[in-house]
Design a protein around this ligand. Structure first.
Ligand code: SF4
Length: 341
């Protein structure tokens, strides 16, 4: 069991970040926010994949104004991503943003920051202090703490913090340090992690190391890919650590010369079927399913899982809670297993 760091509870629309709330999954829209139809279509696909909070880039007043119209057509809270221009933050708040992200690397005028903080306080929405190593030359932890101090001076504590670098070590070190210095919830991510495959590995190591330490309240995997891939990766990271479950866990062997069935295809088919299960907290999501290629480790693993199949030549033995249920053909294996789930 991972013991999570105690953090404040912050509300973003209907989603709670911090406290004992489940670690939420975020992504960022990759289209122009002012292109409302494209933005809504992208967000709907993300919602279907399990995204719980969406961030949109606010580069212009048209983008800021679009937030209100986008919100009417989607279900999840919208975060306005602001850089350089504090007036855009004010416009996004007015438009109904559920949270503002400010970057201390490019917004430094005290009076302007205070104005945004006061507007957020009035609108009862939180602000993420979102640092990126690429846009700040000084120490990220110090810059975050300076910003936090400024917010606290005007009695604003609806704060979430992120300190993202594009290398895993600096990211992990920065988060570990800030976690000792404040109790605000932390938004985890490795920035600009890269294309899908390598970016997922980098993010899994960075985000996963922190989560194992009990650090982190919400995650965003940044990939140069379809944002749905970011959500899938985030779900896999959280479920690998047992922090959340979105589908039953598959325990399958890597196969070897002893395997006499096409286990790769069978497991792919099972994975496809399981991915269509509800994202809600179904009790079935807590189950583990073993798919083993032969009788060497097969029956043992299959027995230890809630349900499983150990394959032999052209058929398999279906186990449930340690007991043999029946013999299944390769063709019907997935169907029979799901029937008995
Ligand atoms: Fe090979 Fe059997 Fe082990 Fe799978 S369970 S890796 S087929 S020995």
């Amino acid at each position: 069991m991972i013991k999570r760091r105690r953090t404040r509870k912050i509300k973003v629309g209907d989603v709670i970040i911090g406290g004992s709330a489940p670690i939420s999954i975020q992504s960022m829209s990759k289209v122009k926010t002012s292109d409302i139809s494209a933005c809504v279509a992208e967000i709907k696909a993300l919602e279907a994949a399990g995204c719980e909070i969406i961030r949109v880039a606010v580069k212009s007043h048209d983008d800021a104004r679009a937030i209100g119209r986008i919100k009417r057509r989607i279900r999840i809270p919208v975060v306005a991503d602001i850089h350089f221009d504090y007036m855009l933050a004010l416009a996004a708040i007015k438009s109904g943003a559920d949270k503002i992200r400010l970057n201390p690397g490019n917004m430094r005028k005290k009076g302007e920051i205070e104005e945004v903080v006061r507007a957020a306080k009035k609108a009862k929405i939180p602000i993420r202090i979102g640092l990126n190593s690429g846009s700040i030359s000084t120490d990220m932890v110090k810059a975050a703490l300076d910003y936090i101090k400024l917010f606290e001076e005007i009695d604003f504590r609806d704060i979430i913090v992120s300190l993202k670098a594009s290398d895993v070590t600096s990211t992990v070190e920065a988060y570990r340090e800030i976690s000792k210095r404040c109790d605000y919830p932390l938004h985890l991510g490795v920035t600009a992690a890269g294309p899908c495959d390598s970016g997922v590995v980098k993010s899994a190591i960075g985000i996963g190391s922190l989560l194992l330490d009990g650090i982190g309240d919400t995650v965003r995997v940044s990939l140069t890919a379809d944002p749905v891939e970011e959500v899938i990766a985030a779900k896999r990271i959280l479920s690998s650590l047992g922090l959340r479950r979105f589908a039953p866990e598959i325990i399958s062997c890597p196969t070897c010369g002893r395997c006499q069935v096409n286990l790769t295809e069978i497991v792919k088919k099972l994975e496809r079927k399981l991915s269509t299960m509800d994202h809600g907290q179904s009790t079935k999501h807590q189950l583990s399913i073993a798919m083993m290629g032969c009788e060497v480790n097969g029956p043992g693993e299959a027995r230890e899982a809630d349900i499983g199949i150990a394959f032999g030549k052209g058929s398999g033995i279906l186990f449930k809670k340690g007991k043999i249920i029946k013999k299944v053909t390769v063709k019907n294996a997935v169907k029979e297993l799901l029937k008995n789930l």
